[in-house]
Design a protein around this ligand. Structure first.
Ligand SMILES: [Zn+2]
Length: 302
């Protein structure tokens, strides 16, 4: 009897991770490898992890979560992967023979978190190189109409704040995105952790960076709570690996902002914020469970 596998892939800036799920959505295989930037490197990396998790006899569907704007199986402006425009669904489908769906990685992770928690209402705030959110309501991930649903990182909270890559000043992402923090501090891939370390030593500039990060993240939490009113707001992404070092200043900032507002206090935001535990391949699992029939339609339309 052939088992219809669902393969999910999470293409990150540093690793490409794959899972294979059986008919009960159990993980039956996992694989990962380093991401090679550029269209050719990303495609080859995806094909390699598909090979690693696919059973030879099982017909498979493949769902891919990838940063950037995604429409009709095409990826646009995945800056951190050095991809400006790639027809990813067609490429992978042609070379693997599978039905392939592609979506934004934050939305895929949102679906995965919902499955993991058996929750049908939550918001996922991704604090990574950039800042973006996904929303799960009534068990469905909101897609929007132009592929920008959840791009709350580009909500400006301070017109006098730092310049954002999008051209505005004081965006949430300009305060709380790892890429912006690295640019502003001249730091490398560990710029955020370095800023926390220096802030612990009392460095004034670093204290300001950390305070800005907490301010941006807290504004994102309030925005999601007011727009969607989810059961919980789960914070993940590279910066969330700081754990308590991140959670404490964000909760403190939420409390500070709510001091003068009985309304904000009534939302009990501190109780609704959670950090995503590291190590669970939530993005790949969510990608595997995307609606591939629509992915297939997107393919023929694209
Ligand atoms: Zn912006």
């Amino acid at each position: 009897m052939s088992v219809r596998l669902r393969i999910g892939i999470d293409v990150g800036g540093s690793t490409t991770e794959a899972v294979a799920l059986d008919g009960s959505a159990r993980v039956v295989a996992r694989a990962e490898q380093r991401t090679v930037r550029g269209a050719a490197g990303v495609v080859e990396g995806i094909l390699a992890v598909i090979d690693a998790v696919a059973a030879p006899s099982g017909a498979a569907t493949v769902g891919i979560g990838i940063p950037g704007r995604v429409s009709h199986g095409r990826v646009h402006d995945a800056v951190n992967l050095d991809i400006s425009d790639l027809d990813l669904a067609s490429e992978i489908s042609a070379r693997s023979g599978a039905v392939v769906g592609v979506e934004n990685d934050v939305r895929a992770a949102t679906r995965g978190i919902g499955l993991d928690r058996e929750s049908s209402s939550l918001a996922y705030l991704n604090l990574g190189t950039g800042v973006a959110a996904g929303v799960l309501l009534d068990g469905r991930v909101n897609e929007g109409t132009r592929g920008v649903a959840g791009e709350i990182g580009h909500l400006s909270i301070d017109p006098a704040g730092p310049l954002c890559a999008c051209g505005q000043h004081g965006c949430i992402e300009a305060f709380a995105g790892g890429g912006s923090i690295a640019r502003r501090t001249g730091g490398g891939p560990f710029a955020v952790r370095d800023a926390f370390d220096r802030a612990d030593d009392g460095d004034a500039d670093s204290l300001e960076i950390v305070a800005g990060l907490a301010r941006g993240a807290a504004a994102a939490v309030r925005t999601l709570a007011l727009a969607v009113d989810p059961e919980c707001i789960v914070i993940g992404g590279g910066i969330a690996r700081l754990g308590e070092r991140l959670r404490i200043p964000v909760l403190r900032e939420l409390g500070r902002a709510a001091q003068g507002s009985a309304f904000l206090r009534s939302l009990r935001l501190e109780e609704r914020v959670e950090l995503l535990p590291p190590g669970v391949p939530i993005g790949a699992i969510g990608a595997a469970l995307a609606d591939h029939r629509r992915g297939a339609l997107n393919l023929s339309a694209g």
